[in-house]
Design a protein around this ligand. Structure first.
Ligand code: DGY
Length: 322
């Protein structure tokens, strides 16, 4: 029996690509150049499994062709706002993602951004590298203490809970959260967390960390009006999706100093960066590195492999979205 044909949209860690080569008739993307819409349509018409990642918009148009041969989209990444699940379902496709394996690393980056923004770590490093340091003094680059402060999480799923673990048990922080689908009471009790509305989280927290999914329901959830609800010293951390935050409103608040700062791993319109952010010394900016540890990136690939294996064996993949 011939091996199923698998098309992968971007370069993956070599250990996982080696496994793909062994198991499937695979088309890799060795040049790592993003696929165009036409190339994705062509891929769907010529494979059994298409494996995009979170930056490939597999939208209704890509899925509109009447010559789709693929039976499964095994997406590499946990977020799925780049996938039109309704259109995929209508086209008879199974769709999977890669939850759980990137929880810790994404929470690490969120905590890193919180600490960096609070303690002016990026700014301090720039200061040193620019040769501006004249020595220790009591008033030099004083910042905000983290230990014992209040962390507000918007969304309280796996990654937020991992962030709360670091913040509560590592830094003695009080946890507030807002989530339309809250976790079990025992999880809430573990952190001594308080559930409240998004607005109350913004009003009561020293640090606000975003952990909600992207997509139309959360588009610009953090807009000018809501940013104005934050405490003047509060710091916003976003390791979720860029378009949850209105760039212009955030840049205006950072420049005016109406909030204390921001730690951002994701951006509306990324990889294009609104140049306004570059003028904000009080913002720590990272290029979407949440899951970027070698262990996690291999685990994400292996999770796709497990989903494909189950699908081609006639079983329901563990991470089936539709
Ligand atoms: C995801 O998986 O959704 C992250 O944004 C990238 O790892």
């Amino acid at each position: 029996m011939s091996k199923p044909k698998v098309i992968v949209s971007r370069k993956w860690p070599e250990q996982v690509e080696a496994q793909l080569k062994e198991l499937y008739d695979v088309q890799l993307n060795v040049d790592d150049i993003p696929m165009t819409q036409e190339q994705m349509q062509d891929a769907l018409a010529n494979c059994d499994a298409f494996c995009p990642t979170v930056t490939d918009p597999v939208n209704a148009e890509v899925l509109s062709g009447d010559n789709i041969k693929a039976k499964i989209i095994g997406s590499y990444g946990v977020g799925y706002n780049h996938l039109d699940l309704d259109a995929a379902k209508a086209a008879g496709l199974t769709v999977t993602n890669t939850p759980e394996v990137l929880t810790d690393c994404t929470a690490d980056i969120a905590m890193g951004l919180l600490l960096s923004a609070a303690r002016r770590i990026g700014e301090g490093e720039r200061h040193l590298r620019n040769g501006e340091w004249t020595g220790w003094r009591p008033t030099h680059m004083v910042a905000t203490k983290v230990t014992g402060k209040t962390l507000g999480c918007i969304g309280f799923g796996r990654i937020a809970q991992a962030m709360a673990t670091r913040a509560h048990f590592g830094f003695g922080m009080k946890i507030n959260f807002s989530d339309p689908y809250p976790p079990a009471q025992e999880v809430i009790n573990k952190f001594g967390a308080t559930q409240m509305s998004v607005e109350e989280v913004l009003q009561t927290s020293d640090f606000v960390s975003l952990h909600c999914p992207g997509g139309k329901d959360t588009y610009h959830l953090i807009n000018k009006e809501r940013i104005e609800m934050m405490k003047p010293h509060a710091i916003l951390v976003n390791s979720a999706r860029g378009d949850v935050v209105d760039n212009q409103a955030l840049i205006a608040a950072l420049k005016a100093g109406t909030i204390g700062g921001a730690g951002l791993d994701v951006f509306e319109g990324e990889p294009a960066l609104d140049p306004g952010f570059l003028d904000c010394e009080n913002a720590v900016l990272l290029p979407h590195l949440g899951s970027a540890s070698i262990e996690t990136r291999i685990a994400m690939g292996e999770r796709v492999l497990a989903n494909l294996k189950a699908f081609f064996a006639g079983d329901i993949p563990k991470d089936k979205l539709v």
